[in-house]
Design a protein around this ligand. Structure first.
Ligand SMILES: Cc1cc2nc3c(=O)[nH]c(=O)nc-3n(C[C@H](O)[C@H](O)[C@H](O)COP(=O)(O)OP(=O)(O)OC[C@H]3O[C@@H](n4cnc5c(N)ncnc54)[C@H](O)[C@@H]3O)c2cc1C
Length: 137
């Protein structure tokens, strides 16, 4: 299909490709134990605290494993692997803290019927471990 540069259709296609290339794993239903998920890219993180920011938003304060080398830039997000309590779907959440706070990291998760968000709202608690994978932007 021919799409001249500068046309609306071309710009729309570019935006579509850009969005989908950088989309979180969300509904791929791959758990962190899946052979399709390279284990070396997964960083363990322990939940330190969970609190309500608003009635619909929970904040998770996490501590990424020391010496993992995990870092991020403004605008990055993580694929959030739960792999416990029967949740194998993967969440995708943006960091709400700044890189200089590492190894502590905060995520703000809005309530949803999406299983990972449900887990964050009902079963996430201090001491539990999850795994993170940095977005690839
Ligand atoms: C780059 C990026 C960054 C993001 N950052 C954040 C963030 O910081 N905080 C945040 O809260 N969200 C964030 N999100 C959104 C988050 O990743 C999820 O999309 C969101 O939590 C899903 O909830 P929803 O209600 O919007 O989705 P919905 O569209 O309602 O559902 C999402 C999926 O869940 C499935 N689903 C719904 N109900 C059920 C059910 N009962 N059982 C099984 N599957 C079900 C649906 O089929 C659908 O595929 C981000 C998304 C992107 C793309």
């Amino acid at each position: 299909m021919f799409m001249p540069h500068g046309s609306c259709r071309w710009r729309a296609w570019g935006a579509y490709r850009c969005f989908h290339r950088s989309k979180p794993l969300l509904d791929h239903a791959k758990s962190g134990n899946s052979p399709e998920v390279p284990q070396e890219l997964l960083v363990p993180a322990q939940i330190l605290a969970v609190r309500n920011l608003t009635p619909k938003i929970k904040e998770l304060k996490l501590q990424v494993e020391e010496h993992s080398g995990f870092t991020f830039k403004a605008g990055n997000w993580v694929d959030f692997f739960i792999d416990q309590d029967g949740v194998s779907k993967v969440g995708g959440y943006s960091m709400s803290s700044i890189p200089s706070s590492l190894p502590e990291l905060r995520l703000a998760v809005k309530t949803s019927r999406h299983p990972p968000a449900q887990w964050c709202h009902t079963l996430a608690q201090p001491g539990k471990w999850v795994k993170l994978r940095l977005s690839d932007v």
